[in-house]
Design a protein around this ligand. Structure first.
Ligand code: ZN
Length: 270
């Protein structure tokens, strides 16, 4: 299929809940904060890319039911892709910002794709610190790493077929024309944010979990999930500077208010 101009679709993956003190470290206030999870589909001349793959409902119900997932069948990745007339096999590349369960739960659908991530992130997910176990609890994205950690994956016919191919990266990288990964560590060891340049509008800068929401950015307040709080704050400052430097619009990973203003599903950015 011949494609010219890059298009970006945001694929709604449902919502989860965390406490306000987790969303805003040392600030809060306490109480449930419901937030969206979404994937970014980039139709590019060099192939179809998916940035992050959301959470797996069954995994969350089994391991973190207190995050109260709300996700219907149309909010799974196969459901979202079907709305665009696509199947999982049509995706050439999966890019993972990091390997927390709410960013890689759908990787298992993309056995035909090449998976791109930061080298340090893949390493950390296979050898994480005790406080990170819940974050890195969905290891279905890398069954061989799961085995190394001694984690038994639940029976799933998809996983019988799934042998992902990884291409690990370090440093900032332009992975295809106008598709750039920026290192934004702190939340995790090898976190990447993604900038997409488009013909008809400002670049889109997807923060991923280097900044959950506009409120985090406005308050310069990091989340309570972090490997390194100093690096986390530096990464937020970096994102702010990158947005200014490239006149890019920031798209936050877990911001219900902002998400309501984003184009989703069949609607797209170009
Ligand atoms: Zn995360």
């Amino acid at each position: 299929r011949f494609m010219t101009d890059t298009k970006v679709h945001l694929l709604d993956g449902g919502t989860l809940v965390i406490d306000g003190f987790h969303a805003f470290w040392n600030r809060g206030p306490a109480g449930e904060v419901r937030f969206p999870c979404y994937s970014v589909l980039i139709e590019h001349a060099e192939g179809r890319y998916i940035f992050d793959t959301g959470y797996d409902f069954d995994h969350v119900m089994r391991v973190l039911p207190f995050e109260k997932p709300i996700q219907d069948k149309s909010q799974t990745l196969p459901g979202q892709l079907a709305k665009l007339g696509l199947k999982a096999g049509d995706i050439n590349y999966v890019i993972n910002s990091h390997y927390h369960f709410d960013h890689c739960g759908g990787n298992k659908y993309f056995g035909a794709a090449c998976t791109l991530c930061h080298a340090k992130e893949l390493e950390a997910s296979g050898n994480c610190q005790p406080f990170e176990h819940l974050g890195y609890s969905d290891m279905s994205f890398a069954p061989s790493l799961a085995a190394k950690r001694g984690l038994k994956l639940p029976p799933d016919p998809l996983l019988d077929m799934y042998t992902p191919k990884f291409e690990t990266l370090t440093g900032d990288q332009e992975i295809a024309k106008g598709l750039r990964l920026f290192e934004t560590p702190g939340h995790t060891a090898g976190h990447y944010s993604l900038m997409v340049e488009l013909k008809n509008r400002r670049p889109m800068l997807f923060t991923a979990d280097a900044c959950y929401s506009k409120k985090n950015m406005d308050m310069m307040c990091i989340s309570s999930f972090h490997l390194d709080p100093t690096a986390s704050l530096a990464s937020m400052k970096r994102l702010k500077a990158l947005a200014e430097q490239h006149d890019a619009e920031l798209f936050y990973s877990h911001d219900l208010e902002s998400f309501a203003t984003y184009r989703t599903g069949a609607d797209f950015y170009s």
